[in-house]
Design a protein around this ligand. Structure first.
Ligand SMILES: [Ca+2]
Length: 517
């Protein structure tokens, strides 16, 4: 069963004129990029050919062999618990995020970019499957694990000739069956053993769950019970969460900034794949700025006038930003920046509250764990110089489930044969006003977490904190802070939204009951 609001391959046939124009536009750009790219020129299946065949357009568009082989490299970067307004490009005038701000001014900023869930593990699953996490049993953090029956983005890209690597926080299952590691790893939870290599990744350098953002292997001391300080070398005690690779536990000390530790390995991986003339899919899921937030002097000195908690919180965000800059510079140095898609987002809203702990989603209401906007609307950028003209912002809703359909469309391959909740963002990226773009602007998007429901239809949002006992209806275009409940004023809209939500929810129940495979 294909639920309402779910994109299907059939949708691609609905407006052939629009499709033809859009694809022509893309292929023209691909031809130019392929001609300039030092890698990705040989040995791969044609880009968009399946889609062109499907649309009967192959004879209409001259395909050079180079255009047919210019596969974009793909980097998915995610911060952990980063608030919508914890970055410069969303208006924060305190935090220093020059590299993210440069990405934003060089790329496409999504003002309504949603994490599929208000907590960690489920959002991560949506990035890899294009599906709402309730469909495959990851409703919250530290629950379930990625299922072998799911088709992941890494598996799709590996089949397309990509080198695939995961770096940082995994949180989609445990990484060892022995001893004890992190939240669930070890012999007590063998059923949740699910390392990235079983889901399409060639390699990984990953943790099961959170670590301190500085000296990640050691437990940081609490400063007056309020925030964390770096641990002194003489007082080191294990934090309890190791890094793992396909060869086992990493025994190095991994000192200093954790974002650097992750990016060191991601950069090494990218260098190797470029040398091998292979396109790459690199997932970089930072731990920052999830607690315990700790940062080194270089970064806390940027915020010397602030309190200790804020110094460390903003410090580890600036340290993360610096590593994003290293990546961008490396892509440039390797000559692959132009045709590399670099996506940036967060996995959920901030832990903190604006006036008591750092982490802000202002002017959104709610924070991590909430399906109010502050829990799920996160900073979102795509930088892809070959295809995106700099400095655009869009209010079109996008969600982490969109990565898979977007990339599938770019490669001209097929969506998994099951309900997919994401939509291809190509019309948004292309920036052409057409029927497909309108379909995304007015899309339906479902969320559920614990007892909360949310359903969006364009700018309208239905929200219930208690499984439909209490109803809220907001118009996000005029009320970004969700302060004015329209449920009484617009009962018919509320009724339609609730029914649509319940239909979608039932389709998730059907998936969870095993109907998809
Ligand atoms: Ca998180």
């Amino acid at each position: 069963m294909i639920p309402a609001g779910t994109p299907t391959v059939m949708r691609h046939h609905e407006n052939q004129q629009d499709e033809s124009t859009l694809l022509h536009h893309f292929l023209q750009k691909y031809e130019r990029v392929a001609a300039e790219s030092p890698v990705n020129k040989v040995g791969f299946l044609p880009i968009c050919v399946q889609m062109l065949l499907c649309l009967g357009l192959v004879n209409m568009i001259p395909l050079t062999s180079q255009a047919a082989s210019a596969k974009p490299n793909i980097v998915l970067i995610m911060a952990d618990d980063l608030g919508w307004s914890d970055v410069g490009f969303n208006g924060n005038s305190v935090v220093r995020t020059p590299q993210l701000d440069a990405m934003a001014s060089n790329g496409l900023v999504f003002d309504r970019f949603y994490a599929a869930a208000p907590v960690c593990s489920p959002t991560r699953g949506s990035c890899l499957t294009g599906r709402h996490p309730y469909r495959y049993g990851i409703p919250t953090a530290n629950a379930g694990h990625m299922l072998p029956e799911e088709v992941t983005l890494a598996e799709i890209l590996k089949e397309q000739g990509y080198a695939t690597g995961h770096f940082g926080k995994w949180h989609l299952g445990t990484l060892t069956k022995e001893g004890k590691d992190s939240n669930r790893g070890g012999d007590r939870n063998q059923q949740h053993y699910a390392p990235p290599t079983e889901y399409g990744f060639d390699t990984y350098f990953s943790t099961e769950a959170k670590v301190p953002t500085w000296d990640s292997q050691w437990a940081p001391p609490k400063h007056g019970g309020k925030w964390w300080d770096p641990v002194a070398p003489t007082k080191r005690k294990s934090y309890g969460t190791s890094y793992w690779t396909p060869d086992g536990r990493v025994d190095e000390a991994l000192e200093g900034d954790d974002s650097k530790v992750i990016m060191d390995r991601a950069v090494e991986f990218i260098e190797g794949t470029v040398k091998a003339e292979q396109p790459f899919f690199t997932v970089v899921w930072f731990h920052a700025p999830h607690l315990p937030v700790v940062s080194g002097k270089r970064w806390t000195d940027l915020y010397a006038t602030l309190g200790g908690y804020h110094r460390n919180y903003y410090g580890c965000i600036s340290a993360l930003d610096h590593q994003v800059g290293r990546l961008r510079a490396k892509l440039d140095e390797l000559g692959v920046k132009k045709n590399t898609m670099v996506w940036f987002c967060a996995d959920n809203g901030p832990e903190g509250q604006s006036f008591s702990a750092p982490g802000s989603a202002w002017p959104l209401s709610g924070r991590k764990r909430s399906l109010r906007e502050g829990g799920i609307r996160v900073p979102g950028i795509l930088e892809w110089p070959a295809m995106v003209s700099g400095g655009r912002r869009t209010n079109v809703p996008a969600v982490t489930s969109d990565y898979l359909p977007t990339i599938v469309e770019i490669l001209g391959t097929s969506l998994p044969d099951r309900p997919v909740d994401g939509m291809s963002l190509i019309p948004v990226i292309a920036g052409k006003s057409n029927e497909r773009l309108k379909a995304i602007e007015t899309r339906k998007l479902g969320f559920q977490s614990a007892k909360q429901f949310a359903w969006m239809h364009g700018s309208l949002k239905y929200y219930s904190p208690d499984m439909g006992e209490t109803d809220f209806l907001f118009d996000l275009n005029s009320d970004i802070s969700e302060s004015s409940n329209l449920a009484q004023k617009r009962p018919e809209a509320l009724r339609i939204m609730k029914l649509a939500f319940l239909d979608w929810r039932q389709s998730c129940v059907d998936s969870a009951n095993g109907e998809d495979y």
